[in-house]
Design a protein around this ligand. Structure first.
Ligand SMILES: N[C@@H](CCC(=O)N[C@@H](CS)C(=O)NCC(=O)O)C(=O)O
Length: 222
């Protein structure tokens, strides 16, 4: 039985969604975030040394990193589903978005969240807080926000070409991209096309079933 080590309101929601799309049985072990730091609890380090989520175990295998998990599940249990045929233009798009989601899209979104929290960090002396606030605001407005805007424009242009990120069918690339699109949505304004895309994937029975097994899913906001 596959066990998903699932951190509340996190990237691991994608893994539950994928397992529901593939109709593969799984168990969820849910971990709650520390309410002050919002970090994962130390028990997760017993599963994988970094203590991040998602991690899955499948028999004697322990697999971390969402992209690796998504590729593993599709290769092992997909029987050709959710992946375009090899050596097609769609397969290249699939590979690109599969790796881009965590490699390029998430860093500025995480930066925005972290920078927004620095000025209120309890460790910061009170007289530093206004300076930190001004600094973080400056960096966010001059560097992070323009990057996020460029990423959003890239997603919008891709979805102008086809219904999903790697062609006319839902694939693992959409499962990977769902989190950056949701995270960008919770940090600012998406285009109408991206909003419609989110509405479409959220309406899928497998997405809804994953919400039930994963528990409340409200993304952290800056
Ligand atoms: N690139 C990794 C990122 C893993 C990651 O940062 N997960 C977050 C959940 S959104 C986490 O565990 N945060 C809690 C912590 O860092 O303690 C992946 O996609 O698996």
């Amino acid at each position: 039985m596959i066990i998903v080590h699932h951190l509340a309101a996190s990237r691991s929601q994608r893994v539950l969604w994928l397992l529901e799309e593939l109709a593969v049985p799984y168990e969820v072990k849910r971990y709650e975030r520390d309410p002050k730091t919002m970090l994962a609890p130390p028990e997760l380090r017993a599963i994988h040394p970094l203590g991040k989520s998602p991690v899955i175990t499948d028999g004697d295998k322990t697999i971390a990193e969402t992209g690796t998990i998504v590729e593993y599940l599709i290769e092992t249990y997909g029987a050709g589903r959710l992946i375009p045929a090899a050596a097609t233009p769609e397969r290249l798009r699939y590979n690109y978005w599969m790796h881009y989601a965590e490699g390029s899209a998430m860093p500025p979104l995480v930066m925005k969240l972290v920078f927004s929290r620095i000025p209120s960090a309890p460790q910061l002396p009170f007289f530093i807080k206004p300076v930190a606030r001004a600094l973080m605001k400056g960096v966010t407005e001059s560097f992070v926000d323009p990057q996020i805007k460029a990423h959003i424009a890239l997603w919008d242009a891709e979805l102008a070409k086809s219904a999903y990120f790697a062609g006319e069918d839902l694939t693992g690339a959409d499962i990977m991209m769902s989190f950056p699109v949701e995270a960008a949505g919770s940090r600012g304004t998406l285009t109408p096309r991206l909003t419609a895309y989110l509405t479409k994937i959220h309406a899928r029975p497998a997405y809804q079933a994953a919400l039930k097994t994963g528990g409340p899913y409200e993304l952290l906001k800056p």
